[in-house]
Design a protein around this ligand. Structure first.
Ligand code: DX5
Ligand code: ZN
Length: 215
């Protein structure tokens, strides 16, 4: 069963608690929390104080997507602030293996993220160590962008790789996901669909959950 992870970046932050309650009631599985540093990506978003408040107010799984340079400097803080899943970009550190082990040392699920322009084969030496791979289907930094179709090949490559090597990492996709592009991702083997603008534009959040799950 496909899991749905609404990206809070597209919610109304002035009523964050209500939004999170509605997300939970909608049947979504995971809260996707986008952290941007204005360096790795050309935008700044949300960080530790908001994560800590969220953690106090929800028992949902929180999936922290670190779009920051030198993630090793911040991993401990984001784990301690209440993330359940933490992912780091392969492009953001020369020491991806160390960064993944650092997340695991906190008993959190550890993920590696890959940008649209980075060859997926670069991930092969870390795949046995991760709990999930986050495939960016837009260039990170902003919500509301269009899905980049060539990224579908990466999902199917990862799906084949895990079968051939008997691995069980999950495949998550992020960016431009709606009911059409989400279906394409599911067909290629995606397990978790992140959706920001598509999800939050609905009045009733149950609707996008059912559509993204293909029900
Ligand atoms: C983009 C973020 C995404 C973004 C997705 O840099 O990582 O999580 O919020 O937003 P949509 O679904 O609108 O593309
Ligand atoms: Zn994200």
């Amino acid at each position: 069963m496909t899991k749905i992870a609404p990206s809070l970046l597209a919610c109304d932050f002035s009523i964050l608690k209500e939004e999170v309650n509605k997300v939970k009631e909608s049947g979504a599985d995971i809260l996707h929390f986008d952290v941007m540093d204005g360096q790795f990506v050309p935008n700044i978003s949300i960080g530790l104080p908001i994560l800590e408040s969220l953690r106090k107010n929800t028992d949902m799984i929180i999936d922290t997507h670190l779009m920051i340079n030198d993630p090793e400097q911040m991993i401990d803080l984001f784990c301690e602030a209440g993330s359940d899943m933490v992912s780091v970009h392969i492009e953001a550190t020369p020491h991806i293996h160390r960064a993944i082990q650092q997340i695991k040392a906190h008993n959190k699920l550890a993920g590696v993220v890959i940008n649209p322009g980075t060859p997926v084969e670069l991930l092969s030496s870390i795949l046995a160590d991760v709990d999930f791979v986050l495939v960016m289907t837009v260039n990170p930094g902003f919500g509301g962008q269009s899905f980049i179709e060539t990224t579908l090949n990466k999902i199917s490559w990862l799906n084949s790789y895990r079968q051939e090597h008997n691995l069980n990492f999950e495949i998550e996709v992020d960016g431009g996901v709606n009911e059409e592009t989400g279906a394409l991702c599911r067909e290629q083997g995606a397990d978790i669909l992140v959706a920001g603008s598509y999800y939050f534009k609905h009045d009733d959040y149950k609707e996008p959950v059912l559509k993204l799950k293909g029900e």
